[in-house]
Design a protein around this ligand. Structure first.
Ligand SMILES: NC(=O)c1ccc[n+]([C@@H]2O[C@H](COP(=O)([O-])OP(=O)(O)OC[C@H]3O[C@@H](n4cnc5c(N)ncnc54)[C@H](O)[C@@H]3O)[C@@H](O)[C@H]2O)c1
Ligand SMILES: O=P(O)(O)OC[C@H](O)CO
Length: 309
């Protein structure tokens, strides 16, 4: 049984190990420092832990989590996922990969509409700390919460992780819509249908419907599917300009989680019976070379349908 923090109590200030020194790992470290904790970074190629710590945060691309964890022994501390995506080959959320690779049960996720650059500039934002273990969710909430980074807590770990992962897929759709100059009506309509699809997929895995209307679902969807700051949005935008996927990925300057997550959604047998026309068209555009305007027409020309269901 892993205890929360040293000596079984919530450690304060906490020594927090950040695996991943990219944009989000850096911003998370800045928040923790601001709150008086002691964050430190471990490079993803390390094969040993440097010293005692109370919490591990994973801020590496989701497709690299498993191979990174394999190189390291399981640390006897809780693990918080800062990543957003689903593993190709398994469909696992990050905390499921952690459980699978290390057997860790003390897992949590932090997810919401949070561009690292804005956090680093000191701009206000809100997010969600989720864990099935209420004490762990509350501790993670307290570690990160401050007056400009408002952290809510949730027991719906599945819903929070699924919202964070799928908004990247739909962020690409938002970029495609903007790149094709389809207008604000189309953008609002698309986002709403993305939310409906995200909720259907998330519910089938056990997420709670209210979670998808919250910060980690709708909140992050609005951010990612409407902003040029988003790497997923920019990728879709560039594809709509005729730039190749290879070139758009090269220009992204960091991980674009929506691309592998789209593949993971497509191959997941649990999703086979779920209606997901948007994710399906994005898959065909990314991986089967489908012409973007053909996808648009195929979506628009579907049978008229009830809004709910
Ligand atoms: N950037 C943001 O604003 C933001 C905000 C919230 C969540 N996230 C999520 O956090 C995760 C990391 O995103 P980021 O923006 O920090 O990415 P990034 O591209 O800035 O950095 C990724 C980091 O991953 C590590 N890395 C690189 N190659 C690796 C490999 N082969 N194996 C293991 N680790 C490797 C390195 O530390 C690298 O700096 C993603 O899942 C992303 O969706 C990002
Ligand atoms: O730049 P993106 O699209 O990876 O989005 C970053 C964060 O997930 C926004 O919450």
């Amino acid at each position: 049984m892993i205890e929360i923090g040293r000596k079984g109590a919530a450690a304060w200030p906490a020594r927090v190990c950040l695996l991943g020194e990219g944009r989000w790992g850096t911003a998370a470290g800045a928040i923790l420092s601001e709150n008086g904790h002691q964050p430190f970074f471990v490079h993803h190629a390390e094969t040993a832990w440097p010293r005692n710590f109370d919490l591990l945060c994973l801020a590496i691309p989701v497709q690299h989590v498993r191979e990174t964890l394999r190189r390291l022994p399981a640390p006897m501390v809780p693990v918080v996922s800062l990543g957003k995506g689903l593993e190709v080959g398994t469909g696992f959320r990050v905390t499921e990969i952690v459980r699978d690779a290390w057997g860790s049960e003390a897992v949590a996720a932090l997810s919401g509409p949070n561009f690292a650059e804005e956090i680093l500039r000191g701009l206000p934002a809100a997010t969600v700390a989720a864990s099935r273990d209420e004490a762990l969710a509350a501790w993670v909430q307290q570690l990160f919460h401050n007056r400009r980074f408002r952290v809510y807590r949730s027991a719906d770990l599945i819903g929070v992780e699924i919202g964070g992962a799928l908004k990247n897929v739909y962020g690409i759709a938002g970029g495609l819509c903007a790149g094709l100059e389809l207008g604000e009506n189309a953008s609002a309509s698309l986002l709403t249908r993305c939310l409906a699809e995200m909720s259907r997929l998330g519910l089938c895995l056990g997420g709670r419907p209210e979670t998808f209307a919250g910060l980690s679902g709708l909140g992050d969807l609005i951010l990612t599917a409407r902003s040029r700051q988003s790497r997923n949005f920019l990728l879709g935008y560039q594809l709509a300009q005729g730039i190749s996927l290879k070139e758009a990925l090269a220009r992204a300057g960091g991980v674009v989680e929506g691309v592998p997550t789209t593949a993971s959604v497509r191959e997941n047998p649990l999703f086979r019976e779920i209606k997901k026309p948007l994710a399906e068209e994005i898959y065909q555009i990314l991986f089967e070379g489908k012409e973007i305007r053909r996808s648009l027409l195929d979506l628009l020309e579907r049978e008229a349908a009830p809004e709910l269901g």
